[in-house]
Ligand binder design. Structure first.
Ligand SMILES: NC(=O)c1ccc[n+]([C@@H]2O[C@H](COP(=O)([O-])OP(=O)(O)OC[C@H]3O[C@@H](n4cnc5c(N)ncnc54)[C@H](O)[C@@H]3O)[C@@H](O)[C@H]2O)c1
Length: 430
């Protein structure tokens, strides 16, 4: 195929571009962040991925040097020499406000430079009917071209999990549907360059909504175990053992609780659904309840820790909390909507001192320490919310720096409780 343009070079767009480059497609990667484009040209990125033993930085360097990946801020230059355009720019949510205008801006830009016979494939996660009701009319208006005759438009949901992007772009079954038959065919053809497992659906709405409900179903299932944990934690009963026993039933498959639900994918999915359901006058009670339970989970964890502190004769307001890892999930550099960050905010709001150390997350957030020992020094509470492989959780070393009777909160059940206690620290888990 001829060149490809990818809009948005974040956690999805960058590895996606580089995957196409691996298959010999020349990709123009467009991002509005000029400083980031400069960093990419120097083979630097905040995206944390690897493939077959090579880091994303190595793959980036090789693709740029082979002239198969060209990062640019110029949408015009990129679109003018491409046969297809993939959009991966997400729709941000602030509070409960779904900022569709960010997506509209990208689509307007695409429409402005679009030429005859090009395909636009949307891979961002979007509220239901966005492809047909927002993208289609905007592109037609900006380009003066007719969809299905002059250009083609399709939607394909993105299902990768961060950390496994290169692998999953090629192996995760992927659904696509165009606004007309030819758009579906062209969308499938583009996806099949990197993935053999592409199936078509009858309309973009089917694929858009299925993506949202895939994520929302996880939100509901996680909320169920978080609600269970509220009960068991208050009763002093081991939540994980309850789940283990329940899961011996052949038709039951409960998930494991954590300290919340982070990232954009899961929390945003239900909010995109509400964007449409509100317009249709629907309540969506179950999805809203699940969101509330998961949103409140860091607060429940805070209560658990502060109760324990209180029992030890300490108060949050005079305690130092050290967070080892603040990413939104294990082995990730992404701290967006991270429950660990939310928990830190709650601690700070209640007067506690918070510091954090994370080998993967690059973020200018208060309390950042570049050396783990400085973060641990004189801590009253050490919080381990996620597993970051490069974090050395050697308990003997931790003990050297923290205060007496320090609480070790193990949000992932990765530490040996006995060892913590034998070292004179207090083990606390979910
Ligand atoms: N991160 C994931 O694991 C994942 C998985 C599945 C689906 N998704 C969905 O994929 C989409 C992208 O997610 P992400 O995590 O890559 O987002 P991201 O925030 O990491 O990246 C988005 C990029 O788009 C750029 N951008 C913003 N406006 C632009 C514009 N007008 N033109 C060009 N670039 C622009 C930003 O500068 C940023 O670099 C979202 O809809 C998300 O819900 C993400």
């Amino acid at each position: 195929m001829e060149n490809l343009t990818v809009f948005g070079l974040g956690f999805v767009g960058l590895p996606l571009s580089l995957t196409y480059a691996m298959y010999g497609v020349r990709v123009y990667g467009v991002d509005v962040n000029k400083e980031y484009i400069d960093r990419l040209r120097n083979f630097e990125t905040h995206v944390f991925e690897s493939y077959k033993g090579r880091s994303i930085n190595e793959i980036l360097k090789e693709s740029i040097e082979k002239n198969l990946f060209i990062p640019t801020t110029s949408a015009e230059e990129a679109i003018r020499i491409s046969s297809s355009i993939i959009v991966t720019v997400g729709i941000p949510i602030e509070g409960n406000s779904v900022r569709v205008e960010v997506f509209e801006d990208v689509i307007r830009t695409v429409g402005k430079y679009l030429m005859k016979d090009q395909l636009v494939l949307i891979r961002s996660t979007v509220p239901p009917a966005t492809t047909r009701e927002i993208a289609l009319p905007l592109i037609e208006k900006e380009s003066n071209l007719k969809c299905g005759k002059d250009f083609y438009l399709a939607y394909s949901s993105e299902r990768i999990a961060e950390g496994f992007a290169f692998e999953e772009f090629q192996t995760m079954p992927v659904a696509v549907a165009g606004v007309d038959e030819e758009s579906t065919r062209r969308g499938k053809e583009l996806l099949q360059i990197i993935n053999k497992d592409v199936f078509t659906a009858s309309s973009p709405e089917i694929v858009e909504i299925s993506k949202l409900i895939e994520n929302s179903s996880r939100d509901v299932n996680i909320a169920l175990v978080h609600e269970l944990a509220q009960l068991t934690e208050k009763m002093g009963v081991d939540t994980f053992e309850v789940i283990k026993v329940a899961n011996t039933h052949k038709r039951v498959k409960l998930l494991s609780p954590g300290i919340g639900v982070g990232g954009h994918c899961i929390p945003y999915a239900s909010k995109y659904i509400f964007y449409k359901s509100d317009a249709l006058g629907l309540e969506m009670q179950l999805l809203r309840a699940a969101r509330r339970v998961n949103d409140e989970r860091p607060l429940r964890i805070f209560e658990l820790i502060s109760d324990k502190l209180h029992k030890l004769g300490k108060e949050v307001s005079s305690s130092k909390f050290c967070f080892l890892g603040i990413a939104m999930k294990d082995n990730s550099s992404d701290a967006s909507e991270s429950p660990a960050v939310r928990l830190m905010e709650i601690v700070s709001k209640n007067g506690g001192k918070t510091v954090w150390f994370d080998p993967y997350v690059i973020l200018d957030l208060d309390g950042k320490e570049l050396v783990m020992e400085s973060a641990l020094k004189d801590a009253d509470v050490v919080v381990v919310p996620v597993i970051q492989e490069d974090l050395d959780l050697d308990l003997v070393r931790i003990k050297e720096y923290v205060k007496d009777k320090c609480i070790i909160f193990d949000g992932r059940r990765v530490l040996e409780s006995k060892k913590v206690e034998n070292l004179g620290m207090i083990y606390l888990t979910i």
